[in-house]
Design a binder for this molecule. Structure first.
Ligand code: ZN
Ligand code: ZN
Length: 356
């Protein structure tokens, strides 16, 4: 029952002495009440909740929304929020500072003149940091679908093919297998383009001997998958083999180190330290990974600065890389769920250096 997820709001009610919290971010709304539409607001007080939408979404809301009274709003939603605040004496209302524009904040402050608005920062997005069983099943299913889609299109990755053809074939395969869409613009970076960690698929034609980094994922029922392989089209050179082997070992070491209680920065250092030891420390610029869920990038962040401790139920990526300007690059990424004593890997594409 989605209503159970709302206990994660109790610390906010207590710490800030709030009478209610207003959500407008659609991912948080989906997490807390189940609504999947593209506009709405959710006002949650201890013991009661109201879902607000306009007439376009009333039927959908009646089918989807759990544990909340549905209120259809007129043209100006804020007026309905103000009326509820008045009726239920909600004189201190927290809001998602990270997802509220300056102009929405101004209108809220103007209309809710008898309530104090309390800014709740990035901490509020951490309510989704630990996944429950229902979410882990969805994340596992979408990860499987996505990995299987890559396996199905692998034979089409060869010299003479454009990067964007690979991206398109992969997306079509995912849709055939039931995905709602791609999780992000796929990265297909071959040859020297592999030195760009975020080199989205271009019209470059793959050349014999190129390494090709493919970073891909699907979205299904709101949940995302995220995985990266680096394959070789034709026999790779010695340095390409060397950096692939280093990145793969860094990736394997980090996955083996995942467990509840380890800090995200210590985990990052497991992979980073290994890459540094092998002499490529200057060529791994980004963090080791990130949380995945209703957003492709969410909490926690795995970087040298993140003190967050991993906990059971967190779903994170492990994605070390080496990027050498003028040469190319390698990244290997899996998505894992933290378990009681380690982790389970959800993504399943082969991480060996496949020579296609
Ligand atoms: Zn990725
Ligand atoms: Zn990622």
């Amino acid at each position: 029952m989605l209503k159970n997820r709302r206990s994660c709001l109790n610390p906010f009610f207590e710490e800030f002495a709030l009478k209610a919290i207003l959500f407008t971010d659609l991912r948080n709304i989906r997490f807390l009440c189940g609504f999947t539409g593209t506009e709405g607001a959710l006002l949650i007080a201890p013991g009661h909740a109201w879902f607000l939408c306009d007439s376009r979404y009333t039927v959908q809301a009646a089918e989807e929304v759990q544990g909340s009274e549905i209120r259809e709003c007129g043209a100006v939603r804020i007026e309905t929020i103000a009326a509820l605040a008045e009726e239920y004496a909600l004189d201190r209302i927290g809001f998602e500072a990270v997802h509220t524009t300056v102009s929405s904040f101004r209108s809220l402050s103007e209309k809710l003149n008898s309530s104090e608005l309390i800014e709740l920062g990035a901490k509020l997005d951490e309510i989704r940091i630990r996944k429950d069983n229902a979410e882990i099943i969805l994340l596992s299913d979408v990860a499987t679908l996505s990995s299987q889609s890559l396996a199905a299109i692998l034979p089409g990755i060869k010299p003479g093919v454009r990067e964007e053809e690979i991206a398109l074939a992969l997306e079509i395969e995912m849709r055939h297998r039931g995905a709602d869409g791609r999780a992000f613009d796929f990265i297909v970076a071959s040859g020297e383009r592999g030195a760009m960690p975020h080199g989205v698929a271009s019209n470059k034609i793959i050349q014999p001997g190129d390494l090709v980094t493919i970073d891909f994922g699907a979205v299904k029922d709101g949940y995302h998958s995220d995985e990266t392989v680096t394959v070789a089209c034709g026999k790779p050179g010695l340095q390409a083999q060397e950096i692939h082997s280093i990145v793969r070992s860094a990736h394997d070491l980090a996955i083996r180190a995942v467990r509840p209680g380890i800090s995200c920065k210590d985990l990052d250092e497991v992979a980073r330290g290994y890459i540094r030891e092998k002499g490529y420390g200057d060529f791994f610029g980004h963090g080791l990974g990130h949380g995945v869920g209703l957003e492709i990038h969410e909490m926690p962040t795995l970087s040298p600065r993140s003190a967050t401790l991993l906990d059971e139920g967190m779903v994170i990526t492990i994605e070390p890389g080496i990027y050498i300007p003028g040469f190319g690059g390698v990244r290997i990424e899996d998505t894992v769920v933290v378990t009681g004593d380690g982790c389970t890997v959800l993504t399943s594409a082969d991480k060996q250096l496949l020579v296609l």
